[in-house]
Design a protein around this ligand. Structure first.
Ligand SMILES: [Zn+2]
Length: 180
């Protein structure tokens, strides 16, 4: 079943092309700044990953500065996905994201009560697909590993690959499991 992940991944690939990204790690922070999105790092509650909003025509991404840098990168990519895919939902409404444990099948939540739970989930699925492809693009993964012989259970191998892309091993594992 598709929730628009393909469109989201395609949008991420277009950004990578636009910025001429040819090697890991993907410079997500630079991409956001070049897109004229204001990036704010603040200490937030542990449960909060980040937020996205467009206020008075100014696009903003907020990131929990207390999280691990790799997690912050995923948050940035996820929020960038919202700005690119769900712009109309961010105008005047702060979109708040809680833990992307989501991403590995855990809980997900958005503190916006005006949207249906279902619509919210679809936006989250799309933003995660966008973030995953942006930070761990298939063409870069294919350059570095042979998926047919890569052992997902090999922690050292997984950690090394995650490090190269500056993502968490969990995010990389999920990415490889969902590889297409
Ligand atoms: Zn989100």
């Amino acid at each position: 079943m598709s929730y628009g992940q393909d469109t989201a991944r395609q949008a991420a690939r277009e950004i990578l092309t636009e910025f001429g990204v040819e090697a890991a790690p993907v410079p997500v922070e630079r991409i956001i700044k070049k897109k004229c999105i204001r990036l704010q790092f603040s200490p937030l509650d542990e449960a909060l990953s980040g937020m996205a909003v467009i206020k008075d025509d100014v696009a903003v991404i907020g990131v929990n500065a207390l999280h691990h840098p790799n997690r912050q990168r995923f948050t940035m990519a996820h929020e960038l996905g919202h700005h690119i895919l769900h712009r109309e939902h961010l105008i005047g409404t702060v979109h708040v994201d809680k833990g992307f444990a989501v991403f590995i099948g855990g809980q997900r939540a958005m503190l916006r009560d005006e949207k249906s739970a279902e619509g919210t989930d679809i936006m989250e699925i799309q933003a995660n697909a966008f973030a995953s492809e942006l930070l761990m693009p298939s063409f870069l993964i294919e350059k570095l590993i042979d998926l047919s012989s890569f052992g997902l259970e090999d922690v050292d191998q997984l950690n090394a690959l995650a490090k190269r892309f500056k993502v968490s091993p969990q995010a990389m594992q999920y990415r490889l499991m969902a590889f297409n």
